[in-house]
Design a binder for this molecule. Structure first.
Ligand SMILES: [Zn+2]
Length: 239
């Protein structure tokens, strides 16, 4: 069974043309149409914790994982109401050391600086039944760190989020999609049950739960393409 895990970043009015990574900002209208289409097609959008039994092959059904990277405030403002309207769940991967800050890890490459969720925003997100996952403490490029530092980024972020937001954190997402077998083992040792990547494709039962593929939804993803990415092998280039 193929299980698409959607990868979103920001749900907002796109920044000016020419801004780096502008393509990752999906407009609120597009997001609303995508969620409506999922519902019409009979899919349920799930947080990673509810996707676990499907990934392990214990349950079958028309399900889609919904994930957001980085924890932008516009997720709670623009995505949450739409998710709730359809009864969908979602997981947002937080950078534990940057709660209430901005995406400063991208500043040097000229990416527009946007507010990240504050503790209060995260409380709203959690109180509405959504899930928080970890995206390290500082949005670290793990491939540039030694094993000890990588271990801290991976394990401490989980503790900081669990303590700070009073919730269980079970899922991890590699910043920039960069990881190797050591990082994979560190994530497992830290007690996470899955880790998502930026590798393209739908997840399949039996896949490595610490190297899950995802389906990128970008600003340019039109609705037909969105449907194809979920329902067909369009996205499943293995490599
Ligand atoms: Zn990220």
């Amino acid at each position: 069974m193929s299980i698409p895990i959607l990868m979103y970043h920001q749900i907002d009015v796109p920044p000016a043309r020419g801004t780096p990574l502008r393509g990752l900002v999906v407009s609120p209208d597009s997001f609303a149409r995508q969620m409506f289409l999922l519902k019409r097609l009979g899919y349920r959008g799930l947080a990673m914790r509810d996707l676990e039994p499907y990934l392990r092959g214990e349950k079958r059904g028309r399900v889609v994982g919904i994930t957001f990277d980085d924890g932008y405030r516009n997720n709670v403002q623009n995505a949450l109401p739409v998710l709730m309207k359809h009864g969908f769940g979602a997981t947002c991967y937080a950078v534990s050391g940057m709660i209430g800050a901005v995406n400063s890890w991208d500043r040097e490459v000229g990416v527009a600086q946007k507010p990240l969720m504050s503790t209060k925003d995260w409380r709203v997100w959690l109180d509405k039944g959504m899930e928080v996952g970890s995206h390290t403490r500082t949005h670290a490029d793990l491939s540039k760190l030694g094993a000890d530092e990588a271990a801290r980024e991976i394990a401490l972020s989980r503790h900081e989020l669990e303590d700070g937001l009073q919730c269980e954190v079970r899922h991890f997402c590699y910043p920039y999609g960069r990881f190797d077998t050591t990082h994979r083992q560190l994530v497992q040792a830290a007690g996470y049950v899955t880790a998502t990547t930026t590798h393209r494709g739908r997840a399949q039962v039996g896949d490595d739960l610490y190297a899950l593929r995802r389906v990128l939804v970008a600003q340019a993803t039109h609705l037909l393409q969105f449907a194809l990415k979920i329902m067909s092998s369009y996205e499943d280039r293995r490599g």
